[in-house]
Design a protein around this ligand. Structure first.
Ligand SMILES: [Ca+2]
Ligand SMILES: [Ca+2]
Ligand SMILES: [Ca+2]
Length: 317
C-alpha cells in the first residue's frame, strides 16, 4: 500500500511537472524597456537599421518575462561574418567570402572540425552539446550572416536559440510595409560541412507568441502551441487590431533545452519555408551565396509570424 501510494505520488508529481512545462503564461500590453539598444551599427550607410531593445513584463500569474528573449548577446565575441554591412564585410561571392577567419570553438579536442554557414531573421545562438558556440553579430537588423567553426565528436546535438526581434516590446510588432503595427516574421537557414542542413528533420518549439487578440488564440495540443488558424506566413497572417492592448503567451523554457540529453521527442517537427515565405529580398547575406546554403531549407516553428522565440534541435550522427 505504502509503495503504491509512493508510486501514485511520484506519478502525480511527474504529471504536475509536465503540466508546468506546457502551462501558458499571459501578458497584455507593452513591456518596460530595460535595455535601450543592444547593438549600435558603426556604418551609418547600412540599410534597414532598427533599435534592438530588450524589455521586461509581468504576466497575470506573476511571472516576469524578458522580451523578446533572454540572450547571451554581448557576453562573448560574436560569430565571424559571412556578410555584415555594419562591419563593411560584403563579399560578392562564396569564393570571395572564404572562411571568414572564423575561430574554431573546441567542444571535444579529438573531434572533427565542422564549418557552419548561418542566416537568421533576426537573431541566433548556436549551442552544441550544451556549449555556447556562436552568437549572432546583429540581434535585429541589418540582416547579416555568419561563418562558424567548431570541433566536436559525433553523435552531437546542434541547438539554435532563435529570436524574431521586435520594436514594440512585449507585443511582437514593428514598423513594416508602411504600417506602424505590423507583426514581423522569423526564419533560420543553415548548412554544416558535415552534411547537416536545416530542414523538417529538426525539432522546433515556440516559447513566446504575439501579438494576439486573445490568449485563447493559442491552442495547445500536447506540446504543440498552435496558432495556425491565424495564418502562418505573410500575407495570410491576420493582423490583430488590438495594438497596445494585444496579448502575448509565454512558456517557460526547460532548464536543459541546450543539452544533448534533453528529451525533445514530443516537440513538434520544424516547418520548412520557401524564400518567398521568408521574404529574402534584402537578405544579401543569403542570396549572394547559393552554394553555401545549397540543400538547406528555411525553418521555424509552425507559425513564422506569431512565434517569436523558438528553439530548434537536431541530433547529428
Ligand atoms: Ca542577425
Ligand atoms: Ca513575429
Ligand atoms: Ca523578423
Amino acid at each position: 500500500m505504502m509503495l503504491k501510494c509512493l508510486t501514485m505520488a511520484a506519478a502525480l508529481f511527474a504529471s504536475a511537472a509536465a503540466a508546468q512545462n506546457s502551462t501558458r503564461s499571459i501578458t497584455q500590453g507593452r513591456a518596460q524597456t530595460i535595455v535601450e539598444n543592444l547593438f549600435k551599427c558603426p556604418n551609418p550607410g547600412a540599410r534597414n537599421q532598427r533599435v534592438a531593445a530588450v524589455g521586461r513584463i509581468t504576466a497575470t500569474d506573476g511571472t516576469v518575462w524578458t522580451v523578446p528573449a533572454d540572450v547571451e548577446f554581448g557576453k562573448q565575441p560574436p560569430a565571424a561574418d559571412l556578410f555584415n554591412e555594419c562591419n563593411r564585410k560584403e563579399p560578392k561571392t562564396s569564393a570571395e567570402a572564404g572562411d571568414g577567419d572564423a575561430p574554431v570553438v573546441t567542444i571535444d579536442p579529438d573531434g572533427e572540425v565542422v564549418t557552419a554557414w548561418i542566416m537568421s531573421d533576426n537573431y541566433f545562438e548556436l549551442w552544441v552539446n550544451g556549449k555556447l558556440v556562436a552568437i549572432d553579430a546583429i540581434p535585429f537588423t541589418p540582416f547579416n550572416s555568419a561563418i562558424v567553426k567548431f570541433r566536436v565528436r559525433k553523435p552531437a546535438t546542434y541547438v539554435f536559440k532563435l529570436v524574431d526581434w521586435e520594436e514594440v516590446l512585449g507585443l511582437g510588432m514593428e514598423k513594416n510595409a508602411g504600417r506602424d503595427w505590423h507583426a514581423g516574421d522569423g526564419g533560420l537557414v543553415a548548412r554544416f560541412s558535415d552534411g547537416t542542413v536545416t530542414d523538417s528533420s529538426w525539432k522546433a518549439q515556440t516559447f513566446y507568441i504575439a501579438p494576439l487578440a486573445k490568449p485563447e488564440d493559442v491552442i495547445e495540443k500536447g506540446e504543440r502551441h498552435d496558432t495556425n488558424h491565424l495564418g502562418r506566413i505573410h500575407p495570410h497572417a491576420k493582423m490583430p487590431d488590438c495594438q497596445e492592448r494585444c496579448f502575448a503567451v509565454h512558456y517557460k523554457m526547460p532548464d536543459d533545452w541546450a543539452k544533448a540529453g534533453f528529451d525533445d521527442s514530443r516537440w513538434p517537427r520544424a516547418f520548412e519555408y520557401t524564400d518567398e515565405d521568408v521574404g529574402v529580398n534584402g537578405m544579401q547575406g543569403y542570396t549572394r551565396f547559393p552554394e553555401l546554403f545549397e540543400g538547406a531549407r528555411w525553418i521555424w516553428s509552425s507559425n513564422l509570424v506569431f512565434d517569436n522565440l523558438v528553439i530548434a534541435r537536431k541530433m547529428v550522427k
